[in-house]
Ligand binder design. Structure first.
Ligand SMILES: O=C(O)C1=N[C@H](C(=O)O)C[C@H](O)C1
Length: 288
C-alpha cells in the first residue's frame, strides 16, 4: 500500500469566460512538477469542486493525468448522496490515480457511527488508498479521535488531511502511527512537521512551491533552524493567501504571473481590492 508524504498541491481549477481553461491547468501542472512538488490533488476545496459538474471533474482529472503521473495524483471525492459517490468512484477508478481524498458529507452533520459507516462503504469500494479529509469548519461535522482510530483499521484508509485545528488530535494521530498525517491547514505546517507529520496539502504552495519543498528537505535532514527560517519566510505569504475565501487570493496571485485568468465560479468572487493590492505589493517585493 502506497504512503503519502511531502508537498501535494491542491490544484486550483482555472476558468476563462466561465469554461474550464484546460491549457492553463496543464501549464500549471508542468510548473508544479518542475518545481519539485511530490504530487497534486485534483478537485479539492481549492479546485472549487462543488462548482464543477461530475463530468467536468473527470475532464479536469483527465487533463491533469496528461501531465502528471498517476502515482502523483490524488482525486477529491465529495458529496452527500452515496449512489452518486459510488458512481463517481467507479469512474475515477478506471483512471490511474494514487488515492481518493474524501471529506465527511457536508451540511448533514451525521453522528460518529454514521461517519464510520459512510467512510467504510467508500473504502470497501476503493481500489486505491483513501485519505480522510477532516475539515469540520467546512463540512459542519468534526471527525473525533475514536472515529478516526476505528477508520484507521480499514486496510484502504491510509492517510488523513488534517484541518481539524486541534493539536491534541494531530499529535494523537501521529503518535498512533496508523495514518500518514498531512497538514491541511497551511499555517500549521511547521508544527505538524515538527511533530512528525508526513507532509502537507497546502493551497499556498502554488506560490513559491520550491520553498515548501525545501522545508520538507530541511525537516528530513533534521535542520530545524533552517526549517524554521523557511517557514517564517513563507508565513506572511500564507496569511495573505487566506485573507480572502480560498482560492480567490491564490487565483489572483497566479493571474499576476499570467498563468490564468482571475476567475472563480459563483458563489465565489475574486478577492476584494485591498487584498489584491496587498498581494501585488508583496509579490513585487518577494518574487523568486
Ligand atoms: O483544497 C484543499 O485541499 C485545501 N483546502 C483548504 C481549504 O481552503 O479549505 C486549504 C488547504 O490549503 C488545502
Amino acid at each position: 500500500m502506497s504512503s503519502f508524504s511531502g508537498i501535494w498541491v491542491p490544484l486550483v481549477t482555472p476558468f476563462r469566460q466561465g469554461e474550464i481553461d484546460f491549457s492553463a491547468l496543464k501549464s500549471l501542472c508542468t510548473r508544479m512538477l518542475k518545481r519539485g512538488v511530490d504530487g497534486v490533488v485534483v478537485c479539492g476545496t481549492t479546485g472549487e469542486a462543488p462548482m464543477l459538474t461530475k463530468e467536468e471533474q473527470l475532464q479536469v482529472l483527465d487533463a491533469v493525468l496528461e501531465i502528471v503521473p498517476g502515482n502523483q495524483v490524488i482525486m477529491g471525492l465529495s458529496g452527500t448522496h452515496m449512489p452518486v459517490i459510488r458512481e463517481m468512484q467507479d469512474a475515477i477508478s478506471r483512471r490511474p490515480v494514487a488515492g481518493f481524498l474524501v471529506p465527511a458529507p457536508y451540511y448533514i452533520r451525521p453522528s460518529q457511527p454514521a461517519l464510520v459507516a459512510w467512510f467504510t462503504e467508500i473504502a470497501d469500494n476503493a481500489s486505491v488508498p483513501v485519505m480522510l479529509y477532516n475539515i469540520p469548519y467546512r463540512t459542519g461535522v468534526q471527525m473525533e479521535l475514536d472515529t478516526l482510530r476505528q477508520l484507521a483499521k480499514h486496510p484502504r484508509i491510509t492517510a488523513i488531511k488534517d484541518c481539524g485545528g486541534s493539536i491534541d488530535l494531530t499529535l494523537s494521530l501521529i503518535a498512533d502511527g496508523e495514518l500518514d498525517v498531512l497538514c491541511g491547514e497551511d499555517v500549521q505546517i511547521f508544527s505538524t512537521l515538527s511533530l512528525g507529520g508526513a507532509g502537507a496539502i497546502a493551497a499556498s504552495s502554488h506560490i513559491f512551491p520550491e520553498e515548501f519543498v525545501a522545508l520538507i528537505k530541511q525537516f528530513k535532514e533534521g535542520d530545524l533552524i533552517a526549517a524554521r527560517q523557511t517557514f517564517f519566510g513563507l508565513l506572511p505569504m500564507i496569511r495573505l493567501m487566506f485573507s480572502a475565501p480560498n482560492p480567490a487570493a491564490i487565483k489572483f496571485a497566479l493571474s499576476l504571473d499570467g498563468l490564468m485568468a482571475n476567475e472563480l465560479r459563483s458563489p465565489m468572487l475574486p478577492a476584494p481590492e485591498n487584498v489584491e493590492t496587498a498581494i501585488r505589493n508583496y509579490l513585487n517585493q518577494h518574487s523568486r
